[in-house]
Design a protein around this ligand. Structure first.
Ligand SMILES: Nc1nc2c(c(=O)[nH]1)N[C@H]1C(S)=C(S)[C@@H](COP(=O)(O)O)O[C@H]1N2
Ligand SMILES: [Mo]
Length: 440
């Protein structure tokens, strides 16, 4: 929302004079954030920018960019993907605009891509000869399987499981964190077909020494150094043995898309998607917490206590992220649309809560002063997202509005309205999503 890039784009769109009225002199000294509210003239300038008077403008959070201006949906072309926004091309990273996540089950062409290295060349991938080695001190009978053997030996299961990058939402933190500047689209919820990791690990004689898994994929390090892994992460053994943790070869009844891990990947729902290894050829069961690439230092870790923005946190106080927080999206309508005063306004979206279920979803049209309960569906299975809808919103008068959505997990935890606690690498931003609507 109020990120650096957004501020600069806004200055471009508004012209410096109007923007300074709203946010100060662009020197980082935002007049408004110190006062905590928007002045009448600032609201006027902002209304001109969004193209209509901002109803409930007195409640608009200071230093926040209106959704009408903060979100872009510039399309980008990548083979097999449609409408995704590219963040990077070396390695490829692309996210999905919220209105393209409206399907109950995310189609392959809409699933985000997060690569830490270069994927194996398509010409080198042959599912008929691909193997998966299970080894390490945590198994008594190390075994190498072909994909055909996995399919034949173990029960095949179909589950819809959400994957979300731990850095989704990073772009909104201030001071900014390095890494991909994801907005809201590093998430998706396809259906996966595979075998339970637990069945395979039990077949291999998982023993009392087992502490943590370690995956190895066929992608290569950006430096080209074959001895370096682009990423090698894992999960505590209890998570690996959970009945929803999968070794999957299909997505939505087809081959997994190349960029998403064809021909074999792991799926460990509820945890950051960095634990769901792609193109995997080896899974080790270690007798200690894994220390592979992107397991240590500040990677996928957060401070064990709340810190002030910008704090340098000692490495020993950074802990591995496990379950992801409660979150939601408005996936219909697309931000920036128009409706009529007096007409019932329908909106809907998805909600999820890491390893928990979502208990309630609420929406607000007055920047969070009041909330209305939405209708919430149950998940088809654990670790899938839940659909919500609200079909009785009425806008009281003509003007600019935002619809905000906020989910509550089964423990009663709610999404923060603007930002959760800052952390050095910008993980776990589960702030409320919002769309812009003009009532005419
Ligand atoms: N082998 C391998 N597995 C990987 C990655 C990777 O770069 N290489 N990226 C991880 C990260 S950080 C995320 S968020 C998810 C992204 O999955 P997707 O690209 O299918 O959306 O894959 C994870 N598994
Ligand atoms: Mo990620």
């Amino acid at each position: 929302m109020a990120d650096e890039k957004g501020i600069h784009e806004l200055y471009d769109q508004l012209g410096d004079d109007a923007a300074e009225q709203i946010w100060g002199d662009n020197s980082g000294n935002s007049v408004i954030s110190r006062r905590g509210f928007l002045s009448r003239s600032a609201l006027g300038a902002m209304a001109a920018a969004v193209g209509g008077r901002i109803i409930f403008g007195d409640k608009f959070p200071a230093n926040l960019i209106p959704a009408a201006l903060a979100q872009t949906t510039e399309p980008f072309a990548i083979a097999g993907k449609d409408g995704l926004t590219i963040l990077n091309d070396r390695p490829v990273n692309a996210e999905t605009p919220p209105h393209l996540l409206d399907d109950a089950i995310t189609p392959g062409n809409r699933l985000f891509v997060r690569n830490n290295g270069h994927p194996p060349k398509q010409s080198t991938i042959d599912p008929a000869t691909w193997t998966l080695e299970i080894s390490g001190p945590g198994v008594d009978r190390p075994t190498t399987f072909t994909i055909a053997e996995l399919k034949k030996k173990f029960k095949n299961v179909n589950l819809q499981v959400l994957i979300e990058c731990g850095g989704n939402g990073r772009s909104e933190f201030s001071p900014p964190a390095s890494g991909n500047q994801w907005t809201t689209g590093a998430v998706g919820c396809p259906k996966w077909t595979g075998v339970r990791m637990s069945d395979v690990l039990k077949f291999c004689g998982v023993n009392d020494k087992a502490v943590y898994t370690a995956y190895y994929g066929k992608d290569t390090h950006l430096s080209g150094d074959p001895k370096k892994d682009p990423i090698s992460r894992g999960v505590p053994i209890a998570k690996a043995l959970e009945e929803h943790s999968l070794i999957a070869w299909a997505m939505n009844d087809k081959d997994i898309p190349w960029m998403n891990g064809h021909p074999l990947r792991l799926i460990t729902g509820g945890f950051p998607a960095s634990t769901s290894g792609k193109w995997i050829h080896r899974l080790e069961v270690r007798d200690q917490v894994h220390d592979g690439a992107k397991m240590t230092g500040s990677s996928y870790r957060v401070p064990r206590y709340p810190v002030a923005p910008g704090t340098k946190v000692p490495a020993e106080d950074m802990i591995i992220i496990e379950t992801m927080p409660v979150k939601s999206l408005v996936t219909f309508p697309k931000s920036g649309g128009t409706t009529s005063v007096g007409k019932k306004f329908l909106c809907r979206g998805q909600a999820w809560a890491g390893e928990l279920a979502v208990k309630e979803v609420h929406t607000s049209i007055d920047f969070g002063s009041t909330w209305q309960k939405a209708t919430l569906e149950e998940a088809p299975n654990r670790f899938a997202w839940q659909r919500w809808k609200q079909d009785d919103i009425e806008f009281p008068e003509k003007g600019y509005y935002e619809v905000w959505v906020r989910a509550t997990d089964e423990n009663g935890k709610k999404q923060p309205m603007i930002l959760p606690g800052w952390n050095p690498k910008g993980y776990l931003n589960n702030a409320c999503h919002r769309i812009a609507v003009q009532a005419v």
